[in-house]
Design a protein around this ligand. Structure first.
Ligand SMILES: C[S@@+](CC[C@H](N)C(=O)[O-])C[C@H]1O[C@@H](n2cnc3c(N)ncnc32)[C@H](O)[C@@H]1O
Length: 195
């Protein structure tokens, strides 16, 4: 059986792991939002065995995602659409999400950060990978083109403003501790839940 696959995950997973390895040192539980193909869950949970990696995605994608998770003997994905009111799960030490904020509508990005109030423990970390704009500017011409392509697929999608996501994060009690420039004009943002 051909497992779900995305070339971009293959390209970015080692670079992301280098950052996650620095931050996800203590044993703990992690919720992945928007697990996609499951490649990140498979790769990161093998490399970080002290982290219990619980992947989630919207209900229409969990069956697809589970093909890879079950083949890798990982826990099956939980259904989680960030626009749902609540997500019933004990508080976790870490939340990770890649390439999701520019896919979901801006209203869902607000909901994404709202969930961090209840989902993340104090001192817990939120790691978000993907492209962002700074002061309204794309970080590269290719990201500007990508934004046009995204909006052609769904007018509500689009590369998010770094300042806006930081404002939403701050509203959820999160402090930005790192903004890592990554290959292919992406960022890996790391926030910590304040005491
Ligand atoms: C481009 S894919 C990224 C998947 C994977 N994280 C990766 O890096 O390849 C976007 C993901 O966002 C998820 N998604 C879209 N809307 C969502 C929502 N409202 N709540 C949670 N996930 C959502 C999709 O189901 C999909 O898995």
């Amino acid at each position: 059986m051909t497992l779900p696959f995305s070339q971009s995950c293959e390209n970015n997973k080692q670079f992301i792991l280098e950052i996650l390895s620095r931050h996800l040192k203590a044993p703990g539980k992690l919720i992945e939002i928007a697990g996609g193909t499951g490649q990140h869950a498979e790769f990161f949970s093998a490399a970080l065995p002290h982290v219990y990696w619980q992947s989630t995605d919207i209900p229409s994608n969990t069956q697809f995602l589970n093909q890879r998770l079950l083949a890798a003997k990982l826990p099956p994905a939980l259904e989680f659409d960030v626009t749902q009111d609540t997500f019933e799960y004990p508080q976790v030490d870490y939340v990770f999400s890649a390439n999701s904020l520019h896919i979901m509508p801006a209203t869902a990005v607000v909901e994404f950060f709202r969930h961090m109030k209840s989902l993340l423990k104090i001192d817990g970390l939120l790691c978000v990978y993907g492209p962002f704009k700074y002061a309204g500017d794309f970080t590269s011409p290719s990201n500007a083109n990508f934004d046009i392509w995204l909006k052609g697929n769904n007018p509500l999608s689009g590369i998010r403003d770094f300042e806006k996501v930081c404002e939403l994060a701050s509203g959820a009690g999160l402090e930005l501790i790192e903004d890592n420039a990554m290959p292919a004009n992406n960022q890996l943002l790391v926030w910590k839940k304040a005491r």
